[in-house]
Design a protein. Structure first.
Length: 86
């Protein structure tokens, strides 16, 4: 089923706004995430270093107007060299 052009354009605009909002958080891990929207359902994917960054992504995306549902497919990778052993 084809969507009207206006809906596809709205989805691209939503993707752009989310990407900009994530980049504005000044958290490097959030800048390289992929954002895809379809009828207000947003999927965010990619990798971040910490669970905090994944949760921050979740919170930021939900704040953007037009997000009806969020699918957070972001993976947390752990860099053993960055871990501090107490």
């Amino acid at each position: 089923m084809d969507r009207p052009f206006a809906d596809a354009q709205s989805d691209r605009d939503l993707e752009r706004r989310i990407t900009s909002f994530l980049a504005a958080r000044h958290v490097p891990g959030l800048r390289n995430l992929a954002v895809e929207a379809q009828n207000g359902i947003v999927t965010v994917s990619g990798q971040v270093l910490t669970f905090y960054e994944k949760q921050l992504c979740n919170q930021c995306c939900r704040r953007v107007a037009g997000v009806l549902e969020l699918i957070n497919a972001v993976d947390v990778t752990h860099d053993a060299k960055a871990a501090v052993v107490a």
